[in-house]
Design a protein around this ligand. Structure first.
Ligand SMILES: C=C1C[C@]23C[C@H]1CC[C@H]2[C@]1(C)CCC[C@@](C)(C(=O)O)[C@H]1[C@@H]3C(=O)O
Ligand SMILES: O=C(O)CCC(=O)C(=O)O
Ligand SMILES: [Fe+2]
Length: 379
């Protein structure tokens, strides 16, 4: 595969445009084979100004204890919302502990990632993500991007909090991968339900921290239609030349990320990349572009990326909270005034999702580029 991959890369430079497109489709990232190569394909080598810097300083992120809030303690609730307000005005990232997510479920969610990603490539490709779609298996997005390829494999699927969708995740994975992955499907169904519940709690704290009605965002996301993404970063023989996930702000509303014990998440704060050290007891929470719009720009969606290493695989589970498709993303009246005029146009999440899947590779400017695109289309 690697030879095929490299010969395709080699031949990609000599074909006319249309044939080159065909060649790109054949470029396959098979980590189990590429690892025997001393070099990495040039498509995975990022420009010098984006390569990972040596040991990034650790970011001191507030560890917010949700225990008091979850048990209804009003003092603990106010304290947690204050910590969140400070973090979201600084960089949009915070850590939560005593979050109420079952430890065995968390352990299973990591264990079943190995069950999937260690399958032979041919089997993983049964769930192959199609161009323009956001669900399915993808490896480094070969065929979607031709440069700055991320050193990762992902499996993404939809989760809906609608009552009649209690088996959506399980059914999707069994339908794509066969009945032998039914237990895996059940684990991620349960995991997404736990993430949705945790997200709605955090939405209450965000509303309190912004001084809007405590139920406002909770109701907005009650029947969320979210994305679950499993990130698998194979070891890389040249970790200082590539990135696991490129620099970006999440276009979604809220991300609840659980990284394994390997570490690799970095956040761009005070003009420098900082690492967020792994803490298996904690979830990393960050707001995304859609919540930045909902907060009328009050809270910032933060630039972050993931680096890889040469000695062991890294895994992260990212739950991307997204509103139902027909919800209009517009800030509550309390956050708009003469002193705080509207920053972004009204939009729906499916519009922004389509923009990132068909028109624009999400980076640190997605929301601004999307706003320009919306205004052009409406003018
Ligand atoms: C809506 C989404 C698009 C991406 C997955 C979710 C939220 C994060 C986005 C992403 C991770 C940002 C960096 C670029 C990207 C292409 C990736 O590296 O995976 C983005 C995802 C995507 O478009 O598939
Ligand atoms: O793997 C990580 O730590 C970060 C992944 C990420 O930012 C994403 O999937 O949006
Ligand atoms: Fe992200």
């Amino acid at each position: 595969m690697a030879i095929d991959c490299i010969s395709n890369i080699a031949s990609m430079t000599h074909h006319p445009k249309d044939e080159k497109k065909d060649e790109q489709k054949k470029l396959v990232f098979d980590a189990s084979v590429l690892k025997f190569e001393s070099q990495i394909p040039k498509e995975f080598i990022w420009p010098d100004d984006e390569k990972p810097s040596a040991n990034a300083p650790e970011l001191q992120v507030p560890l917010i204890d949700l225990g008091g809030f979850l048990s209804g303690d009003p003092v603990a609730t106010m304290e947690a919302s204050r910590f969140i307000s400070e973090a979201c005005q600084q960089h949009g990232f915070f850590l939560v502990v005593n979050h109420g997510v079952d430890a065995k479920l968390l352990a299973d969610a990591h264990k079943y990632m190995d069950n999937f990603f260690l399958l032979p490539l041919r089997q993983k490709q049964r769930a192959q993500r199609k161009l323009g779609e956001h669900c399915g298996y993808a490896s480094s997005f070969t065929g979607r991007f031709s440069t700055k390829l991320p050193w990762k494999e992902t499996l993404s699927f939809r989760y809906s909090a609608e009552n009649n969708s209690s088996k959506m995740v399980e059914d999707y994975l069994v339908n794509k991968m066969g009945n032998e992955l039914r237990q895996l499907g059940r684990v991620y169904q349960d995991y997404c339900e736990a993430m949705s519940k945790l997200s709605l709690g955090i939405m209450e704290l965000l509303a309190i921290s912004l001084g809007v009605g405590r139920a406002h965002f909770r109701e907005f996301f009650d029947k969320n239609d979210s994305i679950m993404r499993l990130n698998y970063y194979p070891p890389c023989q040249k970790p200082d030349l590539t990135l696991g996930t490129g620099p970006h702000c999440d276009p979604t509303s809220l991300t609840i990320l659980h990284q394994d014990r390997v570490g690799g998440l970095q956040v761009f704060v005070d003009n420098e990349w900082h690492s967020i050290s792994p803490n298996f007891e904690a979830f990393v929470v960050n707001i995304g572009d859609t919540f930045m719009a909902l907060s009328n720009g009050r809270y910032k969606s933060c630039l972050h990326r993931a680096v890889v290493n040469s000695h062991k695989p890294r895994k992260s589970l990212a739950f991307f909270l997204c509103p139902e498709g027909d919800k209009v993303v517009t800030p509550p009246a309390e956050l708009v005034s003469q002193n705080s005029p509207r920053v972004y146009p009204d939009f729906t999440w499916p519009m922004l999702l389509e923009f990132t899947q068909k028109h624009y590779r999400a980076d640190m400017n997605t929301l601004q580029e999307f706003s320009n695109w919306v205004q052009q289309r409406n003018s």
